[in-house]
Design a protein around this ligand. Structure first.
Ligand SMILES: Cc1cc2nc3c(=O)[nH]c(=O)nc-3n(C[C@H](O)[C@H](O)[C@H](O)COP(=O)(O)OP(=O)(O)OC[C@H]3O[C@@H](n4cnc5c(N)ncnc54)[C@H](O)[C@@H]3O)c2cc1C
Length: 356
């Protein structure tokens, strides 16, 4: 069997590596960083990706690693709140510090070759920029390198912050707080801690000092978020930030290289579905890759099948997520949205289901 090279050992790359090894395919995975490490992420896993985890036998593994169930959510704006509402389907929450390292260990156990601290050199570009795909990536290479850098989008720059805190009582398993600056999610993770993770908008040229990062996560003085985090104890080692985020949807068929996970596109974090898409896209890619490894189909066909499968699974979700994100980030609509979610069970269930 021919070997597959996976560039990027985040959730998509590791899940793919595990799936391939379970089917006897030789796989080498290059990860530029190391394990364990904190990542900017709400650490809230919901949607169909959980079924992928179950099919790969990973769900139990994550539960043993400390994953916490989440059954309720509450939404807050400056003046409105919903109170706890049942989630239409159960989610699980687990720190990326543990999650990524657990999957990396599993991949190794299954005989995968893990090259930690090694960056894959290929650069991804748009398909139209390079008609001959073989120039971009050799056959057998799957790009799972995560989000693509976008310095500015519609005059704004997006950045994410994450920290783990203790001593925070939550009113629901997931709390989502919106403000004119962006939004912050709080959820319980392993070890009795709470993940505090936010997406924020910055105007071009505006700088955010490191001191201000904690204040951004705490929210405006007087807000429900600020009150919730009043006695929070921050774990300084867990603090991390990421900038250059793109919230625009892209299609896999438009990518010149063979991609999975955020390397295709990043779904707006407000949906809490990016990790699910990473797991799902890895599973969708497995079958064509196994066929290529056995010499049954060409690399061009493999890449095309993977792209079509991913676009088929994600296009509608991404379209809904784009609108949801736009509404949530429009300050004049925030109070109304939370009020609506409080009064209409149907609208909140629909927004949840359409983005998953
Ligand atoms: C603020 C914020 C909050 C979020 N909250 C949630 C949430 O609550 N729930 C949810 O489901 N999703 C959430 N997400 C999205 C989620 O984190 C991503 O969708 C998910 O991590 C994508 O997985 P991935 O494997 O595609 O990419 P990543 O997890 O980013 O992994 C990519 C990996 O590739 C490595 N890499 C990059 N370049 C190279 C290279 N050239 N060679 C080798 N290695 C390389 C990187 O080091 C990294 O480890 C959030 C995102 C943000 C920004």
């Amino acid at each position: 069997m021919k070997s597959i090279t996976i560039a990027g050992g985040g959730l998509a790359g590791l899940t793919l590596g595990i799936g391939l090894r379970q089917r006897g395919v030789p796989a080498a995975l290059w990860e530029a960083g190391h394990y364990p490490r904190h990542r900017v992420c709400g650490e809230f896993i919901c949607g169909r990706g959980q079924e992928t985890l179950t099919r790969l036998g990973l769900r139990d593994l994550l539960e043993r690693a400390g994953a916490v169930d989440a059954d309720t959510a509450a939404f807050f704006s400056a003046t409105q709140s919903t109170g706890p509402r049942p989630l239409p389907s159960r989610a699980i929450c687990l720190s990326r510090f543990i999650l990524d390292a657990t999957l990396a260990e599993k991949f190794r156990e299954l005989g995968g070759e893990l090259r930690v601290g090694q960056r894959w050199p290929a650069v991804g570009v748009h398909a139209s920029a390079c008609p001959d795909r073989r120039e971009l990536q050799p056959e057998g290479v799957v790009r799972a390198t995560g989000r693509r850098l976008q310095t500015e989008e519609d005059g704004a720059r997006w950045f994410g912050l994450k920290a783990h805190v203790s001593n925070v009582p939550l009113t629901a398993d997931l709390e989502m707080h919106v403000s004119p600056r962006g939004y912050v999610g709080l959820c319980r993770v392993n070890g009795g801690r709470v993940n505090v993770c936010g997406l924020f908008r910055r105007r071009a040229g505006e700088s955010i000092g490191s001191q201000n990062r904690r204040e951004l996560l705490r929210g405006p003085i007087g807000s429900p978020l600020h009150q919730r985090l009043a006695s929070a104890e921050f774990d300084e080692n867990s603090f991390c930030a990421v900038a250059g985020l793109s919230l625009r949807p892209y299609r896999a068929v438009a990518r010149a290289d063979c991609c999975i996970g955020d390397a295709i596109t990043m779904i707006p974090p407000v949906t809490g579905n990016g990790m699910s898409m990473a797991f799902e896209s890895a599973e969708l890619a497995s079958e064509p890759l196994v066929a290529w490894s056995r010499g049954e189909i060409s690399w061009a066909e493999t890449q095309s099948q993977i792209a079509r499968r991913c676009d088929g699974a994600f296009a509608r979700r991404l379209a809904w997520a784009k609108w949801l994100q736009r509404f949530v980030l429009t300050p004049s609509l925030q109070n109304m949205l939370v009020m609506f979610a409080a009064r209409s069970d149907w609208s909140w269930r629909m927004a949840f289901e359409k983005t998953r």
